[in-house]
Design a protein around this ligand. Structure first.
Ligand SMILES: C[S@@+](CC[C@H](N)C(=O)[O-])C[C@H]1O[C@@H](n2cnc3c(N)ncnc32)[C@H](O)[C@@H]1O
Length: 481
């Protein structure tokens, strides 16, 4: 912990309620301090830290009464110590300072303990207790309900990741827990499922059970469909199975995946799983996005490892953060995801990338949809090669994409082939990188996204739009890694 003593304008010093352990400022005390100041009494400097959210401002760690008295007496540049807490919790630091002159009231201690735990659930009761001047047992009682909820959240994350066959060491790393903790939680898993299972057998719906126990619907489906074959699963989910190679749905099934740019219909993933994998197989989705693939894998008893450049540790712990940077890390040979160190290889890889140029503003800054045409294609050449390196001989690949033609404002006859990316461009790259296609399935996008006005304008200008989308399924051809 470092400190610097200096003076700063009083207007740059802020009282941040988030790290103030007291219920209110004691005005009587402020009055006494102000009187002492006027009499020339010198006080210790106020302790502050750079405000994490407001540039150029400082928030008070210790000395709120002195600060109030300085303001009352017209001091414009008080002496302060600027602290760097080096990771120490600022609320607990402030509490420890506050109890020097006067203990916290019962209510203040309780609220501070709860806030500290909510900010950082890895704090122990004795760490909190030492800072707020209370025993470990007292803190235990203040935060018992919060701790139980945190434990339950952790249990559910572990349950979900374990159902998806993510290895224990990766679960531990992802959740910031020791492997021992994960093992202990896993031992409780069968018990954890008892209540939801009992409710299902009493006739509650999957949605009701999910709501009641705070589970996600796909997790409850994974219980409710236990022991069923894939066809029965389709039936229970209310999805008709397509027998031919035209898979068309107008809507995404909202029970699976999150609202996400480029969200794919869950039924599409289910069909890929049905035709090209078996129960207990391991699926890999390197650009998992809103999580449709892991959700459907839960319902169809497949393992699923997924990655994405967007990290959502709370909502989607099963989607591990990873940025495919073929120019940077991969060129340098650095592959930091646990996926690359695993001996286990996927049975099926499902790639649903951002389509070229489409929705580029909806994705994050460094998404591959921002790449110029040539680089986008080069990305895939490297990427498909990598997928092959990390596959086994029998691994299948399902690549979802659409033709990209520059049809905006251009009659069909004037489109420039050199500027477009068609499915055969991907096929060429796939074949070059050792993948041979076995199926090209049509899975058209909905036309509902075009308004009647747009359609009429397109028709007048002889513009030919794109709604076709394909699932290209491939097996490997030599040389094998
Ligand atoms: C079409 S979305 C996937 C949608 C997903 N199948 C779903 O239905 O929710 C493509 C994903 O690729 C991710 N992505 C784009 N470029 C990436 C990169 N270089 N590395 C990792 N993820 C990337 C985006 O963040 C986005 O979530």
């Amino acid at each position: 912990m470092t400190k610097t003593t200096t003076t700063i304008p009083i207007s740059d010093i802020i009282l941040d309620e988030d790290i103030y352990p007291r219920a209110r400022i004691d005005q009587k005390r402020v009055g006494i301090f102000a009187e002492n100041m006027r009499d020339g009494f010198k006080f210790d400097p106020i302790e502050v830290q750079a405000h994490p959210d407001v540039t150029g401002k400082y928030r008070i760690l210790d000395g709120v009464h002195r600060w109030s008295a300085y303001k009352a007496t017209g001091v414009t540049e008080p002496e302060v110590i600027i602290k760097n807490l080096d990771g120490v919790d600022p609320l607990l630091y402030a509490a420890k300072k506050a109890i020097g002159p006067q203990q916290l009231t019962e209510e203040e201690a309780r609220k501070t303990a709860r806030r500290a735990f909510q900010n950082n659930p890895s704090l122990t009761s004795s760490e909190i207790g030492k800072a707020i001047g209370r025993s470990r047992q007292a803190v235990d009682s203040y935060i018992a309900d919060l701790r139980a909820a945190t434990q339950m959240e952790l249990d559910l994350k572990i349950f979900r990741m374990n159902q998806l066959k993510i290895p224990q060491e990766r679960i531990a790393k992802r959740l910031g827990q020791a492997r021992e903790t994960i093992r202990n939680h896993l031992a409780k898993m069968p018990e954890l499922a008892n209540q939801p299972k009992a409710d299902l057998s009493r006739g509650f719906t999957v949605a009701q059970v999910a709501e009641k126990h705070g589970w996600t619907e796909p997790m409850v489906w994974s219980l409710s469909l236990e022991g069923k074959d894939d066809l029965e699963r389709f039936k229970e989910l209310g999805w008709g199975l397509r027998t031919w190679d035209l898979w068309d749905w107008n809507d995404c099934d909202r029970r699976f995946g999150d609202d996400w740019p480029g969200r794919i219909p869950a039924q599409l993933i289910a069909h890929i799983l049905y035709y090209f994998s078996r129960q207990k197989d391991l699926v890999f989705d390197p650009m998992g996005g809103g999580g449709v693939t892991p959700d459907v894998c839960l319902a169809f008893n497949r393992g699923c490892w997924s990655l994405d450049m967007i990290d959502r540790p709370d909502a989607r712990p099963e989607i591990e953060p990873y940025y495919w940077d073929l120019k940077g890390d991969f060129k340098k040979g650095r592959k930091t995801s646990g996926f690359f160190n695993s001996k286990q290889k996927p049975d099926l890889i499902i790639i649903d990338p951002p389509y070229f140029d489409k929705k580029r503003d909806d994705y994050a800054q460094k998404s591959i949809s921002m790449l110029p045409r040539q680089e986008y294609l080069e990305f895939f050449e490297g990427f498909f090669g990598l997928m092959k390196q990390h596959s086994k001989k029998t691994t299948k690949l399902a690549f979802i994409n659409a033709d990209w033609r520059d049809f905006q404002n251009k009659p069909a006859v004037d489109e420039d082939r050199e500027a477009s990316i068609l499915i055969d461009d991907y096929l060429r790259i796939l074949n070059k990188t050792g993948w041979q296609h076995t199926h090209i399935i049509q899975a058209p996008m909905s036309t509902q996204r075009f308004s009647a006005g747009v359609v009429s304008a397109m028709q007048k200008k002889r513009i030919l739009g794109v709604t076709s989308r394909y699932v290209i399924v491939l097996k490997q051809c030599g040389p094998f890694p």
